[in-house]
Design a protein. Structure first.
Length: 181
């Protein structure tokens, strides 16, 4: 599946793919695990703070199942030879819960990228992710959540999850990768 490469803040590239993930594949991992998600101070249910993350291998296998060829395409487009996953986690939110503006670290010479994968969302009930231009945050861009959409961007881009004001769970898998020259 061909990536949609775009730059809402030229020259910064973003990538997007429609993966066709089945939400039941995601929920099966959570339901079959003996581990539980934690609730952070913001009310976000996540495995982000679990060290080591007991879900890491399961999320990685799910990513490979739906994104394997797409990752190879991305690596080649960035003129790199491989990539490693630095971190993987899930987040489940609903109601007025949001994730304030943050980034995922330094971009490091085109090698560090972050992503969000909308694995179980309601396109009518959930709001999207807002991205801010770097370095001055003088331009904003919002992407609406779409079931199965996978978005990748440089790790230093500031972004936030907007509150959805919905009682329906919004589930994503997010993470950080490093490209290898």
């Amino acid at each position: 599946m061909k990536a949609n490469k775009f730059n809402p803040f030229p020259p910064i590239d973003f990538y997007s793919w429609d993966t066709g993930i089945k939400p039941e594949d995601y929920h099966a991992i959570l339901n079959e695990s003996s581990h539980s998600l934690e609730v952070d101070a913001l009310g976000i249910r996540s495995d982000y703070e679990l060290t080591p993350n007991p879900y890491f291998d399961e999320w990685l296998n799910l990513l490979k199942k739906y994104m394997g060829d797409n990752f190879r395409e991305f690596i080649l487009d960035r003129e790199m030879t491989d990539m490693t996953f630095q971190s993987l986690w899930t987040q489940i939110t609903k109601d007025n819960i949001w994730h304030p503006p943050h980034n995922h670290g330094v971009w490091d010479n085109r090698r560090r990228w972050s992503f969000v994968w909308y694995v179980d969302v309601n396109e009518k009930a959930h709001n999207g992710t807002r991205y801010y231009s770097t370095p001055n945050c003088d331009t904003e861009w919002i992407i609406s959540p779409k079931q199965g959409k996978f978005i990748m961007w440089p790790s230093d881009v500031l972004h936030c999850q907007l509150p959805s004001n919905s009682s329906i769970d919004r589930a994503i898998i997010s993470g950080n990768i490093e490209l290898i020259k």
